[in-house]
Design a protein around this ligand. Structure first.
Ligand code: MN
Length: 241
């Protein structure tokens, strides 16, 4: 049977924003970003410095999200954000999903990995902690304009990073230094657990959590981060908008 598909011309009231995307090392084509997931408290020493130690034997990981519009390329100068006096850096390994899935087993998790990037989960810490302590959502502390900083992605299909040195400095002074082998919930466990709640889709980015040493920045600061085998990331803090 012959079928005819007609695609009607869609018109918009104004030009919609472009699809958020991240460059991929060595490729012209960019990685189109779908959603931004963040794992909370995924390194013991950071959980302790936040005053909320984690007991993996009785707890499960938890997540928050940021709008994809908060994505910001490495090398950017961002304005110091409004309504905070404690804007903080969090250096994180970012996992890029290339194949969708739901209720993915830990054994199959590697099949869904496109690659990795360096990420900064910039945070209005004062607002996040106020919200946390009042039992309110974290959005005002976390879902901040230009706060999901991401480097170029390195294509490592099917590779599970189990150990990699990770560090961050501000103005050349080391503030965070740890290793991915200290993740409380590792890459396979994160993919398996998050996919119980969401149908993972290609283009999802998962920020896997930050180690200890988080701290504030001020106007003029230059943040540099590195992850062994993944790459580097930089962010400059500009004047308040
Ligand atoms: Mn974080």
């Amino acid at each position: 049977m012959k079928s005819v598909t007609e695609t009607p011309m869609i018109t918009y009231l104004w030009t919609p924003p472009s699809v958020p995307s991240v460059p991929v090392q060595g490729l012209t084509a960019r990685f189109p970003v779908n959603r931004l997931f963040f794992v909370g408290r995924n390194y013991h020493a950071h959980a302790v410095e936040m005053g909320k130690p984690v007991d993996k034997s009785v707890e499960r990981p938890f997540y928050f999200t940021k709008a994809p519009q908060t994505l910001t390329p490495s090398g950017t100068t961002v304005a110091y954000p409004p309504e905070t006096s404690n804007y903080q850096f969090e250096m994180e390994l970012v996992l890029a999903i290339g194949l969708g899935g739901f209720r993915i087993s830990q054994a199959d998790a590697h099949q869904h990995i496109y690659g990795y990037a360096c990420g900064l989960d910039m945070t209005r810490r004062d607002l996040q902690l106020q919200a946390r302590d009042k039992g309110r959502p974290w959005d005002l502390g976390k879902d901040v304009q230009d706060s999901a900083v991401c480097s170029e992605i390195v294509h490592r299909p099917g590779v599970v990073i189990e150990q990699a040195d990770l560090s961050l400095s501000v103005n050349g002074q080391v503030k965070q230094h740890s290793n991915v082998d200290k993740l409380i919930w590792n890459i396979r466990e994160i993919i398996a657990d998050l996919s119980l709640f969401y149908h993972l889709q290609p283009g999802d980015l998962i920020y896997t959590g930050t180690p200890e040493g988080v701290g504030p920045v001020v106007e003029g600061d230059v943040i540099d981060g590195q992850i062994e085998g993944v790459g580097a990331i930089q962010l400059k803090v500009g004047a308040a908008a």
